[in-house]
Write a protein that binds this ligand. Structure first.
Ligand code: SF4
Ligand code: SF4
Length: 231
């Protein structure tokens, strides 16, 4: 089997079950300096996310095919080969205040825990971020994982400062998403950031916010109305 890493072709002369095994094979047999990240080898740490044929995958979970093209995640500075610098993740989560801000001494029951379980499963692999087309045109866009985390805190009954979470995502946040769903497709944890963002828009509206793009929409375009027809 041959795979391409950053446009360079490598032969793998043994059966491998995962892309990570293929990368380790190449490092041990062909290219000792090949750079790639990994940790748990079992889909839990999120360190080994890369793009395969343009789609985000965890190398430790993906079964490689002959001719696959492997590249690093988008939008993060490339350190070496498949290694990117994800340091900006922390800054982003800080910017959107992704933590409990005003702790209500509420005890969570099982139902409450289930409500935020999916979002809590985020492993910060950044696959959704790399898949998001909006970051390409607006690098300041908070993006899917940060907004999913924000949503989690807005539905956590221990949070006494829901509006504060909502306030910080009004600019370069909840209204900038195109609802394309690429993030949801990319997530290896079954998280659905697109729906979380729709829910955040609803909570924003309940807190008095409206879509800032609404005033800019033309009835001849955005809604498909024909301004010359029927009126
Ligand atoms: S649904 Fe929104 S956040 Fe998700 S990839 Fe599309 S634009 Fe980005
Ligand atoms: S939401 Fe999913 S794809 Fe995005 S960082 Fe979390 S686990 Fe990865």
């Amino acid at each position: 089997m041959n795979i391409e890493i950053n446009s360079k072709s490598y032969k793998i002369e043994k059966a491998v079950a995962t892309l990570l095994e293929a990368l380790i094979y190449i490092k041990e047999n062909t290219e000792p300096t090949l750079g790639f990240d990994y940790g748990c080898k079992s889909g839990v740490c999120g360190a080994c996310s890369v793009r395969v044929n343009g789609k985000e995958k965890l190398a430790c979970s993906y079964n490689p095919q002959d001719g696959d093209r492997v590249e690093p995640l988008k939008y993060y500075p490339q350190k070496r080969d498949l290694i990117v610098d994800k340091a900006s993740q922390k800054e982003l989560l800080k910017r959107v205040k992704a933590s409990l801000l005003n702790y209500n001494k509420e005890v969570l029951n099982t139902q409450d825990e289930v409500k935020t379980q999916v979002q809590s499963d985020c492993i910060l692999c950044s696959s959704c971020y790399s898949a998001c087309p909006v970051i390409e045109v607006n690098p300041l866009f908070a993006g899917p994982f940060a907004l999913t985390k924000t949503y989690k805190y807005t539905i956590d009954k221990r949070e006494g400062a829901v509006k504060e979470h909502i306030d910080v995502i009004q600019t370069d946040g909840v209204w900038d998403c195109t609802l394309c769903g690429e993030c949801t497709l990319a997530c290896p944890q079954g998280i659905d950031p697109k729906t979380d963002i729709i829910n955040l828009r609803n909570i924003s509206a309940q807190n008095g916010y409206t879509d800032p793009n609404f005033g800019n929409m033309s009835f001849g375009g955005g809604f498909g109305f024909d301004t010359n027809g029927g009126f």
